[in-house]
Design a protein around this ligand. Structure first.
Ligand SMILES: Cc1cc2nc3c(=O)[nH]c(=O)nc-3n(C[C@H](O)[C@H](O)[C@H](O)COP(=O)(O)O)c2cc1C
Length: 336
Protein backbone atom coordinates (compact mmCIF):
# COMPACT_ATOMS: atom_id res chain seq x y z
CA UNK A 1 0.00 0.00 0.00
CA UNK A 2 1.25 3.45 -0.77
CA UNK A 3 -0.23 6.20 1.31
CA UNK A 4 2.37 8.80 0.50
CA UNK A 5 3.27 10.65 3.69
CA UNK A 6 0.11 9.56 5.48
CA UNK A 7 0.35 7.11 8.32
CA UNK A 8 -2.00 4.28 9.09
CA UNK A 9 -1.61 2.96 12.62
CA UNK A 10 -2.90 -0.13 14.39
CA UNK A 11 -4.51 0.87 17.69
CA UNK A 12 -3.65 -0.53 21.11
CA UNK A 13 -6.32 -3.02 22.20
CA UNK A 14 -5.53 -4.61 25.52
CA UNK A 15 -7.03 -8.09 25.76
CA UNK A 16 -7.93 -8.20 22.07
CA UNK A 17 -4.85 -7.46 19.96
CA UNK A 18 -1.78 -8.96 21.58
CA UNK A 19 1.52 -9.53 19.79
CA UNK A 20 0.16 -12.62 18.02
CA UNK A 21 -2.65 -10.65 16.38
CA UNK A 22 -0.30 -7.71 15.74
CA UNK A 23 2.01 -10.15 13.98
CA UNK A 24 -0.79 -11.54 11.80
CA UNK A 25 -2.32 -8.15 10.98
CA UNK A 26 0.93 -6.39 10.20
CA UNK A 27 2.02 -9.36 8.06
CA UNK A 28 -1.00 -8.79 5.84
CA UNK A 29 0.48 -5.34 5.54
CA UNK A 30 -0.51 -1.74 5.25
CA UNK A 31 0.22 -0.52 8.78
CA UNK A 32 3.02 1.96 9.34
CA UNK A 33 3.07 1.41 13.06
CA UNK A 34 1.26 -0.13 16.00
CA UNK A 35 0.84 0.49 19.69
CA UNK A 36 0.77 -2.36 22.21
CA UNK A 37 -2.01 -2.50 24.83
CA UNK A 38 -1.30 -0.49 27.95
CA UNK A 39 1.13 -1.38 30.72
CA UNK A 40 -0.47 -0.27 33.98
CA UNK A 41 1.88 1.67 36.24
CA UNK A 42 0.83 2.08 39.84
CA UNK A 43 3.36 2.66 42.56
CA UNK A 44 6.19 0.31 41.65
CA UNK A 45 9.07 0.16 39.26
CA UNK A 46 8.08 -2.62 36.92
CA UNK A 47 10.62 -5.26 35.97
CA UNK A 48 11.78 -5.33 32.36
CA UNK A 49 9.99 -8.63 31.85
CA UNK A 50 6.62 -6.89 32.29
CA UNK A 51 7.29 -4.65 29.28
CA UNK A 52 8.66 -7.62 27.33
CA UNK A 53 5.52 -9.62 28.10
CA UNK A 54 3.18 -6.90 26.82
CA UNK A 55 5.38 -6.23 23.82
CA UNK A 56 7.52 -9.23 22.88
CA UNK A 57 8.47 -7.12 19.85
CA UNK A 58 10.99 -5.44 22.19
CA UNK A 59 13.19 -8.49 21.61
CA UNK A 60 13.01 -7.76 17.87
CA UNK A 61 14.21 -4.14 17.86
CA UNK A 62 10.68 -2.98 18.73
CA UNK A 63 9.19 -4.38 15.51
CA UNK A 64 6.72 -7.09 14.55
CA UNK A 65 8.20 -9.98 12.52
CA UNK A 66 7.00 -8.12 9.39
CA UNK A 67 9.04 -5.09 10.46
CA UNK A 68 6.24 -2.80 11.70
CA UNK A 69 7.40 -0.59 14.60
CA UNK A 70 5.48 -1.07 17.86
CA UNK A 71 5.26 1.64 20.53
CA UNK A 72 4.65 0.66 24.15
CA UNK A 73 1.94 2.47 26.08
CA UNK A 74 1.94 3.38 29.76
CA UNK A 75 -1.17 4.02 31.84
CA UNK A 76 -1.06 5.72 35.21
CA UNK A 77 -1.48 8.98 37.06
CA UNK A 78 1.62 9.46 39.20
CA UNK A 79 4.14 11.62 37.29
CA UNK A 80 7.19 10.40 39.24
CA UNK A 81 6.32 6.74 39.03
CA UNK A 82 5.40 6.99 35.35
CA UNK A 83 8.66 8.81 34.61
CA UNK A 84 10.73 6.15 36.40
CA UNK A 85 8.96 3.39 34.54
CA UNK A 86 9.32 5.22 31.24
CA UNK A 87 13.08 5.49 31.86
CA UNK A 88 13.16 1.77 32.61
CA UNK A 89 11.18 1.01 29.44
CA UNK A 90 13.47 3.27 27.40
CA UNK A 91 16.33 0.87 28.25
CA UNK A 92 14.60 -1.64 25.97
CA UNK A 93 14.56 0.82 23.04
CA UNK A 94 10.90 0.57 22.05
CA UNK A 95 9.85 2.11 18.74
CA UNK A 96 7.97 4.70 20.79
CA UNK A 97 6.53 5.42 24.22
CA UNK A 98 2.89 6.45 24.42
CA UNK A 99 0.77 7.66 27.33
CA UNK A 100 -2.85 6.53 27.73
CA UNK A 101 -5.37 9.26 28.55
CA UNK A 102 -8.35 7.44 27.16
CA UNK A 103 -9.02 4.27 29.11
CA UNK A 104 -12.66 4.28 30.30
CA UNK A 105 -12.37 1.27 32.66
CA UNK A 106 -13.94 2.13 36.05
CA UNK A 107 -11.13 0.46 38.03
CA UNK A 108 -8.53 2.54 36.19
CA UNK A 109 -10.58 5.76 36.46
CA UNK A 110 -11.24 5.24 40.17
CA UNK A 111 -7.49 5.41 40.72
CA UNK A 112 -7.32 8.67 38.77
CA UNK A 113 -5.85 7.08 35.61
CA UNK A 114 -6.88 6.90 31.97
CA UNK A 115 -9.68 9.12 30.68
CA UNK A 116 -10.48 10.56 34.13
CA UNK A 117 -7.38 12.74 33.84
CA UNK A 118 -9.03 14.64 30.99
CA UNK A 119 -10.96 16.61 33.63
CA UNK A 120 -7.69 18.22 34.64
CA UNK A 121 -5.49 19.45 31.76
CA UNK A 122 -2.92 20.68 34.29
CA UNK A 123 -2.36 17.11 35.47
CA UNK A 124 -1.87 15.97 31.87
CA UNK A 125 0.83 18.61 31.55
CA UNK A 126 2.53 17.49 34.77
CA UNK A 127 2.41 13.79 33.92
CA UNK A 128 3.46 14.06 30.28
CA UNK A 129 6.13 16.64 31.18
CA UNK A 130 7.68 14.35 33.78
CA UNK A 131 7.71 11.44 31.35
CA UNK A 132 9.10 13.69 28.60
CA UNK A 133 12.13 14.47 30.76
CA UNK A 134 12.69 10.74 31.38
CA UNK A 135 12.47 9.60 27.76
CA UNK A 136 15.51 10.17 25.55
CA UNK A 137 14.73 12.35 22.51
CA UNK A 138 15.69 9.44 20.25
CA UNK A 139 12.50 7.60 21.28
CA UNK A 140 9.29 9.15 19.89
CA UNK A 141 7.07 10.11 22.80
CA UNK A 142 3.33 10.47 22.16
CA UNK A 143 -0.04 10.49 23.90
CA UNK A 144 -3.51 9.19 23.16
CA UNK A 145 -6.55 11.03 24.46
CA UNK A 146 -10.32 11.01 24.28
CA UNK A 147 -12.34 14.23 23.95
CA UNK A 148 -13.11 14.48 27.65
CA UNK A 149 -14.77 12.66 30.52
CA UNK A 150 -18.44 13.55 30.09
CA UNK A 151 -18.27 16.38 27.57
CA UNK A 152 -15.83 18.08 25.23
CA UNK A 153 -15.45 21.33 27.22
CA UNK A 154 -11.78 20.68 28.04
CA UNK A 155 -10.74 18.85 24.87
CA UNK A 156 -8.78 21.77 23.41
CA UNK A 157 -7.09 22.56 26.72
CA UNK A 158 -6.06 18.92 27.10
CA UNK A 159 -4.52 18.88 23.64
CA UNK A 160 -2.73 22.18 24.33
CA UNK A 161 -1.44 20.88 27.66
CA UNK A 162 -0.09 17.73 26.05
CA UNK A 163 1.61 19.69 23.30
CA UNK A 164 3.17 22.03 25.87
CA UNK A 165 4.50 19.00 27.77
CA UNK A 166 6.70 18.10 24.80
CA UNK A 167 5.00 15.09 23.20
CA UNK A 168 5.82 14.74 19.50
CA UNK A 169 2.49 13.28 18.33
CA UNK A 170 -1.08 13.01 19.55
CA UNK A 171 -3.75 10.42 18.81
CA UNK A 172 -7.33 11.55 19.39
CA UNK A 173 -9.98 8.90 19.94
CA UNK A 174 -12.87 11.13 18.96
CA UNK A 175 -15.28 10.28 21.76
CA UNK A 176 -15.63 11.17 25.43
CA UNK A 177 -15.14 8.56 28.12
CA UNK A 178 -18.89 8.44 28.70
CA UNK A 179 -19.45 7.77 25.00
CA UNK A 180 -17.68 4.46 25.58
CA UNK A 181 -17.38 2.80 22.18
CA UNK A 182 -20.78 3.94 20.88
CA UNK A 183 -20.89 5.40 17.40
CA UNK A 184 -20.48 7.97 16.09
CA UNK A 185 -16.91 9.11 16.54
CA UNK A 186 -16.78 12.91 16.41
CA UNK A 187 -14.06 13.33 13.81
CA UNK A 188 -14.90 17.03 13.52
CA UNK A 189 -13.37 17.43 16.97
CA UNK A 190 -10.06 16.15 15.66
CA UNK A 191 -10.18 19.05 13.20
CA UNK A 192 -10.86 21.48 16.06
CA UNK A 193 -7.91 20.10 18.00
CA UNK A 194 -5.70 20.34 14.91
CA UNK A 195 -6.59 24.02 14.74
CA UNK A 196 -5.08 24.73 18.17
CA UNK A 197 -1.91 22.61 18.14
CA UNK A 198 1.01 22.34 15.75
CA UNK A 199 2.05 18.74 16.41
CA UNK A 200 0.84 15.87 14.17
CA UNK A 201 -2.62 14.67 15.21
CA UNK A 202 -3.86 11.18 14.34
CA UNK A 203 -7.62 10.63 14.06
CA UNK A 204 -9.11 7.53 15.67
CA UNK A 205 -12.55 5.97 16.04
CA UNK A 206 -15.17 4.11 13.98
CA UNK A 207 -13.13 3.36 10.88
CA UNK A 208 -14.49 -0.01 9.73
CA UNK A 209 -14.24 0.31 5.96
CA UNK A 210 -12.06 2.03 3.37
CA UNK A 211 -14.91 4.49 2.83
CA UNK A 212 -14.96 5.31 6.56
CA UNK A 213 -11.24 5.97 6.31
CA UNK A 214 -11.74 8.49 3.52
CA UNK A 215 -14.57 10.24 5.39
CA UNK A 216 -12.54 10.30 8.60
CA UNK A 217 -9.65 11.98 6.80
CA UNK A 218 -11.90 14.45 5.11
CA UNK A 219 -13.85 15.44 8.25
CA UNK A 220 -10.86 15.45 10.63
CA UNK A 221 -8.49 17.02 8.12
CA UNK A 222 -5.91 14.59 9.45
CA UNK A 223 -3.71 12.55 7.12
CA UNK A 224 -2.86 10.09 9.86
CA UNK A 225 -5.48 7.60 11.01
CA UNK A 226 -5.40 4.91 13.70
CA UNK A 227 -7.66 1.87 13.37
CA UNK A 228 -8.72 -0.40 16.21
CA UNK A 229 -11.65 -2.80 16.04
CA UNK A 230 -12.00 -2.40 12.28
CA UNK A 231 -8.53 -3.87 11.81
CA UNK A 232 -9.42 -6.93 13.87
CA UNK A 233 -12.76 -7.38 12.09
CA UNK A 234 -11.17 -7.08 8.66
CA UNK A 235 -7.48 -8.05 8.44
CA UNK A 236 -7.43 -6.75 4.86
CA UNK A 237 -8.76 -3.30 5.73
CA UNK A 238 -5.39 -1.56 5.41
CA UNK A 239 -4.96 -3.16 2.00
CA UNK A 240 -8.46 -2.13 0.91
CA UNK A 241 -7.61 1.42 1.93
CA UNK A 242 -4.43 1.32 -0.13
CA UNK A 243 -6.36 0.01 -3.10
CA UNK A 244 -9.04 2.68 -2.76
CA UNK A 245 -6.39 5.39 -2.43
CA UNK A 246 -4.65 4.13 -5.55
CA UNK A 247 -7.99 4.06 -7.35
CA UNK A 248 -7.20 0.58 -8.62
CA UNK A 249 -10.21 -1.52 -7.71
CA UNK A 250 -13.54 -0.91 -6.09
CA UNK A 251 -13.36 -1.23 -2.33
CA UNK A 252 -15.23 -3.91 -0.46
CA UNK A 253 -14.78 -7.55 0.33
CA UNK A 254 -13.44 -9.79 -2.40
CA UNK A 255 -14.50 -13.42 -2.55
CA UNK A 256 -10.92 -14.64 -2.23
CA UNK A 257 -10.28 -12.86 1.02
CA UNK A 258 -11.63 -15.60 3.27
CA UNK A 259 -9.47 -18.18 1.47
CA UNK A 260 -6.46 -15.94 2.02
CA UNK A 261 -7.36 -15.57 5.66
CA UNK A 262 -7.38 -19.34 6.35
CA UNK A 263 -3.59 -19.79 6.66
CA UNK A 264 -3.48 -16.68 8.85
CA UNK A 265 -6.10 -18.23 11.14
CA UNK A 266 -4.00 -21.41 11.27
CA UNK A 267 -0.93 -19.45 12.19
CA UNK A 268 -2.83 -17.45 14.80
CA UNK A 269 -4.15 -20.68 16.33
CA UNK A 270 -0.70 -22.26 16.58
CA UNK A 271 0.93 -19.13 17.97
CA UNK A 272 -1.83 -18.37 20.44
CA UNK A 273 -1.78 -21.92 21.81
CA UNK A 274 1.96 -21.62 22.33
CA UNK A 275 1.45 -18.36 24.12
CA UNK A 276 -1.57 -18.80 26.35
CA UNK A 277 -1.72 -22.60 26.58
CA UNK A 278 -4.49 -25.08 25.78
CA UNK A 279 -6.87 -23.78 28.45
CA UNK A 280 -7.16 -20.24 27.13
CA UNK A 281 -6.40 -20.73 23.43
CA UNK A 282 -9.98 -21.61 22.35
CA UNK A 283 -11.27 -18.45 24.03
CA UNK A 284 -8.78 -16.31 22.16
CA UNK A 285 -9.75 -17.89 18.86
CA UNK A 286 -13.45 -17.30 19.55
CA UNK A 287 -12.75 -13.66 20.37
CA UNK A 288 -11.14 -13.04 17.01
CA UNK A 289 -13.74 -15.07 15.10
CA UNK A 290 -16.49 -13.07 16.81
CA UNK A 291 -14.92 -9.89 15.37
CA UNK A 292 -14.38 -11.43 11.95
CA UNK A 293 -18.11 -12.19 11.71
CA UNK A 294 -18.65 -8.53 10.96
CA UNK A 295 -16.79 -8.94 7.67
CA UNK A 296 -17.03 -12.61 6.65
CA UNK A 297 -20.11 -14.83 6.60
CA UNK A 298 -17.74 -17.82 6.76
CA UNK A 299 -16.45 -16.55 10.10
CA UNK A 300 -19.97 -16.68 11.50
CA UNK A 301 -20.25 -20.37 10.56
CA UNK A 302 -16.83 -21.17 11.98
CA UNK A 303 -17.53 -19.23 15.17
CA UNK A 304 -20.80 -21.13 15.63
CA UNK A 305 -18.94 -24.42 15.13
CA UNK A 306 -16.24 -23.75 17.75
CA UNK A 307 -18.33 -21.69 20.17
CA UNK A 308 -19.06 -24.48 22.63
CA UNK A 309 -15.70 -26.26 22.32
CA UNK A 310 -13.20 -26.07 25.14
CA UNK A 311 -10.46 -28.47 24.11
CA UNK A 312 -7.57 -27.74 21.82
CA UNK A 313 -7.74 -31.03 19.93
CA UNK A 314 -11.44 -30.79 19.08
CA UNK A 315 -11.05 -27.14 18.13
CA UNK A 316 -8.14 -28.03 15.85
CA UNK A 317 -10.27 -30.74 14.24
CA UNK A 318 -13.19 -28.38 13.60
CA UNK A 319 -10.85 -25.73 12.20
CA UNK A 320 -9.47 -28.31 9.77
CA UNK A 321 -13.01 -29.31 8.74
CA UNK A 322 -13.64 -25.66 7.86
CA UNK A 323 -10.58 -25.47 5.65
CA UNK A 324 -8.17 -23.89 8.12
CA UNK A 325 -4.84 -25.54 7.24
CA UNK A 326 -3.87 -26.50 10.80
CA UNK A 327 -1.27 -29.18 11.13
CA UNK A 328 -2.56 -31.12 14.11
CA UNK A 329 0.73 -33.01 14.61
CA UNK A 330 2.78 -29.84 14.70
CA UNK A 331 0.14 -28.18 16.81
CA UNK A 332 0.00 -30.93 19.42
CA UNK A 333 3.79 -30.92 19.70
CA UNK A 334 3.62 -27.17 20.17
CA UNK A 335 0.92 -27.39 22.83
CA UNK A 336 2.64 -30.22 24.73
C1 LIG B 1 -10.76 -4.38 23.60
C2 LIG B 1 -10.16 -3.00 23.51
C3 LIG B 1 -9.02 -2.71 24.22
C4 LIG B 1 -8.46 -1.43 24.16
N1 LIG B 1 -7.27 -1.18 24.82
C5 LIG B 1 -6.69 0.04 24.69
C6 LIG B 1 -5.43 0.30 25.29
O1 LIG B 1 -4.78 -0.56 25.90
N2 LIG B 1 -4.92 1.56 25.15
C7 LIG B 1 -5.59 2.55 24.46
O2 LIG B 1 -5.09 3.67 24.37
N3 LIG B 1 -6.77 2.31 23.87
C8 LIG B 1 -7.33 1.09 23.97
N4 LIG B 1 -8.51 0.85 23.33
C9 LIG B 1 -9.10 1.90 22.48
C10 LIG B 1 -8.64 1.76 21.03
O3 LIG B 1 -7.24 1.93 20.93
C11 LIG B 1 -9.34 2.77 20.13
O4 LIG B 1 -9.03 4.06 20.59
C12 LIG B 1 -10.85 2.60 20.13
O5 LIG B 1 -11.21 1.25 19.99
C13 LIG B 1 -11.49 3.43 19.01
O6 LIG B 1 -11.02 3.01 17.75
P1 LIG B 1 -11.88 2.02 16.83
O7 LIG B 1 -13.27 2.62 16.74
O8 LIG B 1 -11.14 2.03 15.50
O9 LIG B 1 -11.91 0.69 17.49
C14 LIG B 1 -9.08 -0.42 23.37
C15 LIG B 1 -10.25 -0.72 22.68
C16 LIG B 1 -10.79 -1.99 22.73
C17 LIG B 1 -12.04 -2.27 21.92
Amino acid sequence: MSLGGEKLLLAPMEGLADHVLRDVLTRVGGYDGAVAGFVRVSGTLLPLRTFRRISPELANAGKTPAGTPVAVQLLGSDPVCLAENAAQLAELSPAGIDLNFGCPAPTVNRHGGGAKLLDDPESLFRIAGAVRRAVPPSIPFSAKMRLGVSDTAKALDCARALEASGIVALVVHARTRDDGYRPPAHWEWVARIRDVVRLPVTANGEVWTAEDYLRCRSVSGSDDVMIGRGAVADPFLARRIGVLMAGELPAGERAGDWIELLPLLADFWTQVSHKVGPRHAPGRLKLWLASLRRTFVEAAALHAAVRTLRGVEETTRVLALHGVPVSSGAFLRAAA
